[in-house]
Design a protein around this ligand. Sequence first.
Ligand code: FES
Length: 97
Amino acid sequence: MKKLANINDIPNEGSKLVFLDETPIALFKINGKIHAWDNRCPHRGASLSDGYISDTTIQCKYHLWEFDIKKKCALENTKIKINTFRIKIINEDIYLI
Ligand code: FES
């Protein structure tokens, strides 16, 4: 397993950008839960870790597309999916599995 970060590296209701080789991964901490998403917006590739974070959505800052955190897809078109990563937390460290 590859360690991505420690959960304390991510602000509450915030994000942290990490890299897995060349792949940018946005780690979000929302209501105490960690989410690992491909950082590249499915629209034009802008950084989702810089987006607006709410309890239920991440909104890309570039063209304001919104993505549902639970469903991992665009609000306006559920066929537009977010690529996510499976993680495991051990002793507050976040690992890719
Ligand atoms: S690049 Fe994200 S909405 Fe356009």
